[in-house]
Design a protein around this ligand. Structure first.
Ligand code: IMP
Length: 430
């Protein structure tokens, strides 16, 4: 299949939870390496295969395929304890995890004080809280940007590890104790724990940048697996209601040390409607029975936290923004079957904010802006599309819905997901 793009990025085109896990799992047959470039165990990918259900947080979805090599890239923040637990859970479910899982030595560690700070801040913020996953993601990226973070490489040098834990723990303890009136952490215990984690993870730790570029030079095919969604990007998302990493395709370059010329195709994964967890702008949100119906039919509850997701109509301003910033070559549209029962289905084509019409997401967007979405209404198809595998089978109304998305985003919908399983998918490219 020499005409296929060699290296492909799969990224979330909305606010996360678009179903990237299934798409990566589906496509990864054709790839040798699956690499993650940002985020941590705030992500929750669910993959269903052979009647088994795999919950992945840190580890790329490619791990379920025995021959794939998986890399946790330098742009990630990794809680070693959570990683070891995930490895143990996957092994218990029969997944082989040996030399096929590698960790970049330049990725940063999440420590328990990061988590404690995340939780304390959220509580102190009251109604202004971000609604984080409480995993310590933001504080760990702060440590990284502040240049006192503990990197995976530091786990391999006990003296450096001790010094760094002592220094950072003293400072973070002061904030926890004096600002937030929280319990503090014993640096000696942290050191002992992290040394123990280090022993278990050491054989997997490599220079990820050198390794992935060697793979690319050797002609191996790489899939770059995004976590969260582009609207949660620290620079391009709905700041401050975002995560702390670059979820957009540019994150592949910084988060793995891969040059742009090696990213040959970008697939944006979008749900056929919209969801988001946590606070922040959501112009097409449905706070009514319709929204509740979407939540129930789509089983819209967080994989990591179990929180009910906010639900709403598909938003083309979001998809156009995703298409522009990521240069999307294709869209994978997921959960089309969730819309099967609706009389009418709406798509937001633009919104008015303070009298001005926006076709893309306004850069200054914050929650309190008064969005007035403009909708196009489609007649519902009122029949089951669940499990369909060809575009031709889809009801005419569903075809119209998909074609409208293609026209408005100027991006081809090449994959349509009609159920959680691999085979419940329409593949439209040759
Ligand atoms: P954090 O990444 O835990 O700091 O959370 C920041 C924001 O990103 C919150 O609104 C979270 O709900 C959201 N978020 C983080 N990870 C995910 C994800 O995997 N899916 C959807 N939302 C996420």
């Amino acid at each position: 299949m020499t005409d296929r793009p060699r290296n492909v990025a799969v990224i979330g085109a909305q606010w996360g939870d678009e179903g990237k896990g299934k798409i990566v799992d589906l496509l990864c047959e054709d790839f040798d390496v699956v690499a993650r470039y940002q985020g941590g165990h705030n992500a929750g990918h669910t993959v269903k295969f052979a009647d088994k259900h795999f919950a992945l947080r840190l580890i790329p979805s490619g791990i379920i395929h025995p021959q794939k090599l998986c890399l946790l890239g330098n742009g990630m923040v990794i809680d070693p304890e959570a990683l070891l637990e995930e490895i143990a859970n996957l092994r218990a479910a029969g997944v082989v995890i040996e030399e096929n899982l590698l960790i970049s030595d330049s990725a940063h560690c999440i420590l328990p004080y990061h988590k404690a700070l995340d939780l304390a801040r959220e509580e102190a913020a009251g109604t202004a809280k971000i609604g984080t996953t409480g995993r310590g993601i933001g504080p760990a990226y702060e440590s990284k940007a502040g240049r006192y973070g503990i990197r995976i490489a530091d786990l391999l040098d006990p003296d450096v590890l001790r010094q760094k834990i002592e220094f950072t723990c003293a400072e973070r303890n002061a904030v926890l104790r004096d600002v937030y009136k929280r319990d503090t952490f014993d640096p000696k215990k942290l050191y002992d724990d992290y040394l123990r984690f280090a022993e278990q993870l050491a054989p997997r730790i490599i220079n990820g940048t050198v390794w992935i570029n060697e793979q690319i030079r050797a002609g191996k095919r790489v899939m770059f697996e995004g976590a969260q969604g582009m609207m949660l990007d620290i620079d391009h998302g709905t700041y401050p209601f975002v995560t702390s990493s670059n979820t957009v395709v540019g994150g592949v370059c910084t988060g793995l040390g891969v040059a742009p010329k090696h990213i040959h195709e970008v697939i944006g994964v979008a749900k056929a409607y919209t969801t988001r967890v946590g606070g922040g702008a959501f112009p097409t949100e449905l706070n009514d029975a319709m929204g509740e119906h979407l939540r129930k039919r789509g089983n819209e509850f967080g994989t990591v936290t179990g929180r009910p997701r906010r639900t709403g109509w598909l938003d083309l301003a979001v998809l156009r923004t995703a298409s522009t910033i990521n240069g999307l070559d294709a869209i994978a549209l997921t959960k089309l079957d969730v819309l099967d029962e609706f009389e009418e289905i709406r798509i937001c084509t633009a919104y008015k904010v303070h009298g001005k019409t926006w076709n893309t997401f306004p850069a200054f967007a914050v929650a309190h802006h008064d969005y007035q979405p403009e909708y196009k209404t489609f007649k519902g198809w009122k029949s089951s599309t669940a499990g369909m595998t060809t575009f031709e089978e889809l009801p005419a109304e569903a075809k119209d819905y998909v074609r409208f998305i293609e026209d408005e985003t100027e991006t081809r919908v090449t994959i349509i997901s009609t159920g959680p399983r691999r085979e419940e998918t329409i593949l439209r490219r040759s």
